[in-house]
Design a protein around this ligand. Structure first.
Ligand code: GLV
Ligand code: MN
Ligand code: MN
Length: 412
């Protein structure tokens, strides 16, 4: 290994990634897939892997893998890692923490002279947030075959560029995207470390947690189409204003979520053509909905659909509702979870088990191989925003925890 221990330490690796894609005005990250910022993150990944003497490759779906190869392996590899892309103005930790911690854990294992019996792979999944092409966990969905390649190639960003065009511009061949059973078969388990996206660990005074499961969740697009007209001359009775049923739908979603013990969010809206002194011709909005179980989730979305439909009819506006993505409930592998708890206890770490409403690549992979997740305490409890924060000592605890888990799973 060419890197000294200092270079592979968490603080040094973290500092080297931190400036990439940060917006100086907001302090948030704008690392969208297949952009210049994404390319810079990918170069950072490859350079870091090289310093740790790991072999890097990019799979057919644009996911990066850094391999600690083993001669005559005792079994399939142990995968870890997360994603480098962000939501608009995202925090520094969601995604990158899992990758930096993985490299730092490997640095720690190398320093201790650990010799794995199975390969260890660090993954950086493409477009986990779906911030550019709209489908969360795009890279892992393609890898596992839950997203149809032809449909994925047609996904377009807000400027109309398709995923196929963006991948081609980045030097990949979009004709090759799709399920990769050989790669999946080479993995025996996958453990994703992630910043907690809430404050349960803080309340429990624990630095590290283990994920029990992920709530089912999905994204629905609402297209309200009305008629553009003059704001100063059109009588209220004559308007077909799509903004009105849109506004009623946002409130209906909030009420439905409160009634269901679930979550519903409208975080993105586009009003066209967007003149202050004109009634919009259309409003496009996205509903993100999550619930403890699928029946509750679908019931809540049906309620929102019904209320949106009534509001649209009342204002003579057309409405189309399209499901853009869906992730069923995820229960992580209980055997792997138990083994991880024991490995952490052996390292002196007591890690409570927590459910989460956030989506993750490990949740997508769970359909194909045993997966698990470690959470690191988030002192602000905020995520998908610049104030997301994990203290350096908690990040170090995460590295220690992940190193213990990798040593156990990949050891002799
Ligand atoms: C990913 O962070 C998600 O839960 O949307
Ligand atoms: Mn996220
Ligand atoms: Mn994430």
């Amino acid at each position: 290994m060419s890197a000294g221990p200092g270079r592979a330490s968490f603080p040094s690796l973290w500092a080297s990634l931190l400036p990439i894609g940060r917006d100086d005005r907001t302090g948030g990250y704008r690392r969208y897939s297949w952009t210049q910022e994404d390319a810079a993150c990918r170069r950072w990944f490859t350079a870091t892997a090289a310093e740790l003497a790991l072999r890097t490759d990019c799979d057919r779906n644009g996911n990066l893998w850094a391999w600690w190869d083993v001669e005559n392996p005792a079994g399939p590899a142990v995968g870890t890692g997360s994603h480098l892309d962000s939501v608009p103005d995202g925090g520094a930790f969601d995604g990158p923490l899992g990758i930096v911690s993985a490299f730092a854990a490997i640095g720690q294992l190398r320093e201790r002279g650990f010799r794995p019996a199975r390969p260890i792979a660090v993954a950086a999944f493409a477009e986990e947030e779906g911030a550019r092409f709209g489908v969360a966990c795009l890279g892992s969905r393609l890898l596992t075959g839950v997203l149809e390649p032809a449909a994925a190639r047609r996904l377009a960003d807000s400027g109309g560029m398709t995923l196929a065009e963006a991948m081609t511009a980045a030097g990949l061949d979009p004709a090759l995207i799709g399920p990769d059973d050989a790669l999946l078969a080479s993995l025996g388990a996958f453990v994703e470390l992630h910043v907690e996206q809430g404050s349960t660990l803080d309340r429990l005074a624990a630095a590290i947690g283990i994920a029990g499961g992920i709530w089912p969740h999905g994204r629905w697009r609402l297209d309200f189409t009305g008629r553009a007209d003059h704001a100063g001359t059109t009588r209220l009775a004559d308007r077909r204003d799509p903004m009105l049923p849109y506004a009623e739908t946002v409130l209906a979603a909030r009420r439905a979520a409160a009634r269901s013990g679930a979550l519903a969010t409208v975080g993105k809206v586009i009003a066209e053509p967007g003149g202050v002194n004109a009634i919009c011709s259309s409003v496009r909005a996205w509903l993100d909905a999550r619930a403890p179980d699928e029946a509750t989730l679908y019931r809540m979305v049906d309620q929102v659909r019904a209320e949106a439909g009534e509001a649209a009819a009342e204002h003579a506006v057309d409405l189309a509702l399209t499901q853009e993505s869906f992730t069923p409930v995820v229960s992580f592998d209980p055997g792997l979870q138990g083994r991880i708890s024991r490995a952490l206890a052996g390292a002196g770490l007591d890690a409570p088990v927590l459910p989460t409403g956030a989506g993750h690549d490990a949740g997508v992979l769970a359909a194909r191989l045993p997966t698990a997740m470690l959470f690191v305490r988030n002192r602000t409890g905020v995520s998908h925003a610049p104030s997301e924060h994990a203290e350096p000592a908690d990040c170090e605890a995460g590295v220690t925890a992940l190193a213990a888990v990798l040593a156990d799973l990949a050891g002799r």
